[in-house]
Design a protein around this ligand. Structure first.
Ligand code: GLC
Length: 632
């Protein structure tokens, strides 16, 4: 059909060229529906008119669509499960990269080529509806090698700085745009109440107001002043609602304990603790919301019509589209057909299938034919999806812009990340006033695996879903940063063994300062659910070993949540929480050696023992209160 348009327009142009200037450029031609007969029989449909409001364009396009095309728009598939040809054949509306869903060559150009290939196929369909390509760029464009990896949200929570968060995410949207991806499954709006949860580091805080403030800044950074701006991305506040309020032991996933579990609170608590960030993000312009795997008092959110439709779309006035989480519909019940019907009728609009899309499309088709899902519900979902696609400018700007490629991982972006790392550091204890370390310090010993490992420093959701140890992407480790930060000698030994370092008398040298990095290994989602956050015996021995060879000892806690450090607290003079800083380790050196002040405040209550979890379930004093952080 589009080719026919092109031929007619070309013919019209050729005929015009043979006659006195027709003075009527194509864009000045009468519009469909204006009832004017024209000699050239050219009518540009309303949905292709960029000057019309998105809602009008969506209504026009919807009126032209078949049921098959509508169901295709509601289907979101992982790129590993679908080819561009199948996007064409099934009129697919969305493609995503799951964690680690990279092209064969993990470079910005290869990413842009991959997305462009899906887009070209979509534009070839009868109505030429572009796909929307989504990704989890939760702390930078974190699947892309060479992208700047920012501190995870728990570190941003420690900065208490919405302007910084907004700027970080604006940069993230630019690095995403370089790969032609304009839909980010972020920010997380969870108000985590139990730090044993493996997703705690994706969360800004345990405090509802701080989550609202920083998640709105995150959304504003992504979406800018207009979604049509080529350097912006659609945000996706997630996971609606109460994903951070589930109870330990309620997860239905094998080997997981709390992730995707059941939130057992009354509606007043839901509305007081977990709902306000969504209200704030809707008011800030959220046009896509992802639904939570979790349940509320035993009912799966993905099938919860009251919360999805009556509360979010009705009471809160959400006009965007609801997207399901990864295969989450399957968890509603044992019968897939019934689960699909329940989910769509509850209010889900776009469905992250992500694998067997034919099964989903068949179930949807059958459900409409059986009358189990109404055409009105289908039209409502498709209208919401199309409206956002028009707002994003995808019809006018479907392909990548190679001029943006060099912006990925650029120095200004890294400098911003370095600033965020410094501001996220929380000085928990420094009784002996050890910090900052003087730059003329003679000898420093550094220990701990996390001191020299970019993968550990970045944490989960980096290059792969779970993240991983080692040089997984370009960046500056703590060790490299320290070597450049002071004038003296630094010896690094992962195990804190410096036997070969002797003083002038041939005795074991004593460092002026010993620095130990205690780190969590990378994890994501329920893989990080942990019943024991206390330091291991090996970690305590490491601190003691370094202390034996140092005048003063500083411990850096590189983790996705507070760890229970009480037993080791007195083994070191100073303790600093550096969370999961990402690729720019220099930010840690900046605060440790006095080039930046300590300003961070812990966004979570720091427990003295495991008995003090979940939040509020105890009346004894925590080790450090919510908001604690020494400034100097
Ligand atoms: C995951 C997560 C969700 C993410 C989605 C796509 O399972 O729950 O946060 O956006 O799948 O990767």
């Amino acid at each position: 059909m589009k080719k026919l348009f092109a031929v007619l327009i070309l013919l019209f142009m050729l005929l015009s060229a043979c006659q006195p200037a027709a003075e009527t450029a194509v864009e000045d031609l009468p519009r469909a529906g204006e009832g004017v007969e024209t000699s050239a029989e050219i009518l540009v449909p309303d949905y292709l008119d960029p000057d019309l409001p998105a809602a009008d364009r969506a209504a026009d396009l919807l009126s032209r669509m078949t049921l098959e095309e509508k169901i295709g728009q509601m289907t979101l598939i992982e790129k590993g499960s679908i080819t561009p040809d199948a996007v064409y054949d099934y009129f697919i509306g969305g493609v995503l990269s799951g964690g680690g869903g990279t092209p064969r060559e993990n470079t910005p150009a290869a990413w842009a080529d991959m997305v462009d290939a899906y887009q070209a196929a979509a534009l070839d369909t009868r109505l030429g509806i572009p796909i929307i390509y989504g990704i989890d760029a939760v702390h930078g464009h974190n699947n892309l090698k060479g992208a700047v990896i920012f501190p995870h949200n728990i570190g941003l929570g420690a900065t208490r700085d919405p302007d910084l968060v907004r700027e970080i995410v604006r940069v993230t949207a630019i690095e995403m745009a370089a790969t032609n991806i304009h839909w980010n499954y972020a920010p997380v709006l969870a108000v985590a109440q139990d730090i044993r949860w493996g997703r705690t580091y994706e969360v800004f805080s345990e405090n509802t107001d701080l989550v609202s403030e920083l998640s709105v800044a995150y959304l504003e950074g992504l979406q800018g002043d207009s979604l049509a701006d080529p350097l912006t991305a659609l945000g996706t506040p997630k996971h609606y609602v109460g994903d951070g309020g589930t109870v330990w032991g309620s997860s239905l996933q094998p080997n997981w304990e709390i992730d995707q579990g059941d939130m057992r609170v009354d509606e007043a608590a839901l509305r007081q603790i977990h709902l306000p960030p969504y209200q704030a993000n809707i008011e800030a312009g959220a046009q896509s919301v992802m639904v939570s795997y979790s349940s509320w008092n035993g009912t799966k959110l993905h099938g919860h019509k009251y919360l999805l439709t009556d509360v979010l779309k009705g009471e809160l006035g959400f006009e965007g589209f609801l997207v399901s989480d990864w295969q989450a519909i399957n968890q509603i019940g044992p019968n897939f057909y019934e689960s699909v019907v329940t989910a769509i009728n509850a209010g889900i609009d776009m469905n992250m299938v992500p694998y067997n899309y034919k099964l989903f499309i068949d179930a949807m088709t059958m459900a409409v034919e059986n009358g189990d899902i109404s055409e009105e519900r289908i039209d409502d979902a498709v209208r919401r999806i199309l409206t956002v696609k028009f707002q994003l400018g995808l019809f006018e700007r479907p392909f990548s812009d190679p001029a943006l490629l060099d912006l990925v991982g650029s120095e200004p972006h890294r400098t911003l990340a370095r600033e965020a790392v410094a501001k996220s550091a929380v000085l928990l204890k420094d009784d002996a006033d050890v910090l900052p370390i003087a730059k003329d310090t003679r000898l420093i010993f550094l220990a701990g695996e996390g001191a020299d490992d970019i993968g550990i420093q970045c944490g989960g959701w980096t290059i792969t879903w779970q993240g991983g140890k080692g040089p997984i992407t370009p960046g500056t480790t703590i060790k490299t940063a320290f070597e450049d930060a002071f004038d003296g000698l630094l010896f690094y030994n992962r195990f804190g063994k410096y036997d070969h370092i002797l003083d002038g008398n041939g005795n074991p040298a004593i460092a002026d300062v010993g620095i130990v990095v205690i780190a969590e290994n990378p994890y994501a989602e329920g893989e990080g659910d942990s019943s024991d956050l206390t330091l291991s015996d090996l970690e305590i021995e490491l601190i003691s070993r370094v202390a034996e060879r140092s005048e003063r000892v500083v411990v850096l806690v590189m983790s996705g949540r507070p760890l229970v450090i009480t037993e080791a607290l007195d083994l070191a003079d100073a303790w600093v929480a550096i969370w999961l800083p990402g690729t720019e380790g220099q930010g840690v050196a900046d605060v440790l050696f006095g080039d930046a002040p300590f300003v961070g405040k812990t966004p979570f209550t720091w427990p003295a023992s495991m008995e003090q979890l979940p939040l509020g379930s105890y009346d004894t004093e925590p080790l450090f209160a919510y908001g604690h952080g020494i400034e100097k």
